[in-house]
Each structure stands twice: as C-alpha cells, then as structure tokens.
Design a binder for this molecule. Sequence first.
Ligand code: FES
Length: 176
Amino acid sequence: MAAEQKTVAFHKPAGKKVELSDHEREEIDTWLARYPDDQKRSAVLAALRAVQHEDGYLSTEKMDAVAEYLDLPPIAVYEVGSFYSMYSLEPVGKHTIMVCNNISCMLRGSDKIIEHLENRLGIKLGESTPDGKFYLKQEEECLAACCGAPMMQVDHVYYENLTPEKVDEILDGLEK
Ligand code: FES
C-alpha cells in the first residue's frame, strides 16, 4: 500500500483512556504469537488494522491502548498510524471506497467511475456522506489489480472491470 503525505491530527481529550475490545485483543494476540516475545513491535500494523476495522478509524486513545498492550512508547504507534494511507486518523464513513486512478485504471475509465461515485453519493473525493455510510477516499495508487481495470476497493474487497451500473449494484448491496 502506498504511503502518502498527510496532515496528522491527533484527537486526544485530556485524561480519557480507552481499552481495546476483546476482539481487538484476540486479533493482536494471533499476530503476537508469530513473533519472538521481544519483537512485539512487529504486530503494530496488524493491531492498527484490527482497531480500524472495528472503529472505522484510529483515535489517539486507541493508539495509546495499542502501545500499552504491545509495551511500546505511544510515538512508535503514532508514527505507523500516520504513515500509511490505509489508516485513517479521523472518523469517516462506515464503508471506505478507494478507486484506483493509476495508469491502467485511468486508461480504462476510472475518471468516469469516480465521477459516478461522486454524483451518486453527493460528495467529493476525501469526504464522507452526511449519513456516515460511505467514505470516498482520495484516489489510490495502483492496487495491483491492473488486469481488472478499472477497479476499486471497498472495505478491503476488490471489485474489478467496473462500469457505472456495476458500481450502483455494489452500493445498493451495501446500503441494504
Ligand atoms: S492501475 Fe489500477 S490496479 Fe493497477
């Protein structure tokens, strides 16, 4: 996944502490079991993915909880969460839509797909719908599915050979 430069805005109300959920702990433990005891840092990516999957984004409080669970300084977790474009540091819509607009997808009509999504959802790239259902993330770099261009990823599921009609079917399914 490509890294992107982004403004980091940590939300940290004073004195507020949150715990990881049982599910998040289970997921992190699964990954910790794969690494030596003194290499807990290796589980940060997976831990943050588990948090984002459950909360929809990475709050500073949850990153603090991850740091505590992995015996790491909070900055070691913040720097990972703020580096990778797959993580979001602010609340966004429940379903994250990422449209690839790299060369193969662009040549096969990704601009039209993005335009269709913006019109249907009534938002621009980088925005979430007012009802909190969808987040149309900024254009993505190649997502390694060029043979299925144009493509998009919705909640980590790949949809390929897109047409506006196919996009409508996918969104209809998610809205049910
Ligand atoms: S160019 Fe779109 S997936 Fe590679």
